[in-house]
Design a binder for this molecule. Sequence first.
Ligand code: NAP
Ligand code: MG
Length: 505
Amino acid sequence: MPAAPHSSKRATGKSTRVTRPAPELIFGDLWEYDPAPETADPKLKARYDLFIDGKFVAPKSGKYFDSINPANEQKLAEIALAGAADVDAAFQAARRAYDHVWSRMPGRERAKYLFRIARLLQDRAREFAVAETLDGGKPIKESRDFDVPMAAAHFFYHAGWADKLDYVAPGRRVAPLGVVGQVIPWNFPLLMGAWKIAPALAMGNCVVLKPAETTSITCLKLAEIMQDAGLPPGVVNFVTGAGEVGAAVMGHAIPAKVAFTGSTEVGKIIMRSLAGSDKRMTMELGGKAANIVFDDAPLDQAVEGIVNGIFFNQGHVCCAGSRLLVHESVAERVLAKLKNRLRVLRVGDPMDKNTDLGAINSREQFGKIRELVEAGVKEGAEMFQHPCRLPAKGFYFRPTLFSGVSMSHRIAREEIFGPVLSILTFRTVDEAIEKANNTAYGLSAGVWTDKGSRILKMSTELKAGVVWANTYNKFDPASPFGGYKESGFGREGGRQGLLDYCQLV
Ligand code: NAP
Ligand code: MG
């Protein structure tokens, strides 16, 4: 159930006592929230240049592209379009910084810069949260309560490691790899940047990073923080643009390692293009997680976890619990509870503090979600959407449930990356494991049950990098995150994440 409304009024305007309405009417139809827009200034520039060698520089081509706000399709800022020469300049700057400054600096000194970046990010947290929401479309309560604090937490955590690197691989000494090329997607623009940059820098590597075309702004704001923190020029460089710029970053001769987060399809293209080279690689790719509910689970808690698992950030989450596997004996009850919960989810203006689901990140992603939902209907699954009002402008998708789904349906196999849940049933533990593992992916899973022994069995048998028990979508910088199978390889976070940014000597 949602928290009690902060400021609320009866939509009817009457103060008459309500006599035992059906539970699904209590919040959805009688209570309405007043608008509560976030008003902090995101301090956006009209134009963002590339960040190379500690300075903002215009792209050599002189070309820029627009970044829009997907909530209203209005232009937010112009972003520099990098060419091959700009990418090369960024790598040359990173190599100079690595050779002459960063790799020679003691870890305890590097730590001071990381602590400074973390603190400056905290100082400007509201501004960053607003910028993230405007550029990406996610609800302000998520960017405020999750993205920005987690990004700062990753810098703090890795700052803490920088002078303790002898303990990363006990009995061995570690050394940095050199310059690293990194490419990230649009679903957590600042946070994915922090996941990539913080461990690399703590280990003594230098970075050239490309954010996604639709969400470059918070990385470029992070560049301002790097300047304010006095980070030596060239240690971190940002180049912006679309897929070709990503390919130029991954394919450049200088980086000793490339780290990619994005779709399995693009991950495979990069792996093919680098096959035979001596570059190290880590790949954080797609997912199709199973959230598994047993008949002894606390069902109300599980429903909250299911909703959080798939509707958090509009389902733009690689580890989203997009397949619900529910024990046959409780399937009907769980479906009824989920429908009730969907009726009170608030879809709309991402800048409103009460909004649960904001805008889909781009028109292109909106089209992909719609296509898969249409496939689900065509293949015979039963669809439920609450007919809530959606803003006239912007890319909004109603939270969607599909029941009667079978393993062969596209909506059960393909990553939708949107607010769409496919519900399947099972009868035995073995059937649940078999169905959960019957996917090309293996990033995450959830288990809901009262039995500790069953949690242990499931977490052993499920082929997923993360298994959450009686919760979902919980993150901590100390906890490694990464995939099995086509969800990729390598880990981000924790000691394991640091190991992926060093060589053992
Ligand atoms: P995507 O299309 O693969 O794009 C990811 C990044 O790669 C973007 O910056 C993109 O540039 C760039 N890119 C595109 N083509 C490239 C190429 N040929 N060479 C190098 N870079 C290239 O993925 P997306 O649609 O943005 O993001 C969603 C995907 O990311 C989902 O599959 C999701 O599961 C996955 N993801 C995984 C994790 C994880 O930790 N495993 C975390 C988050 C997201 P432009 O977008 O600017 O064109
Ligand atoms: Mg944008």
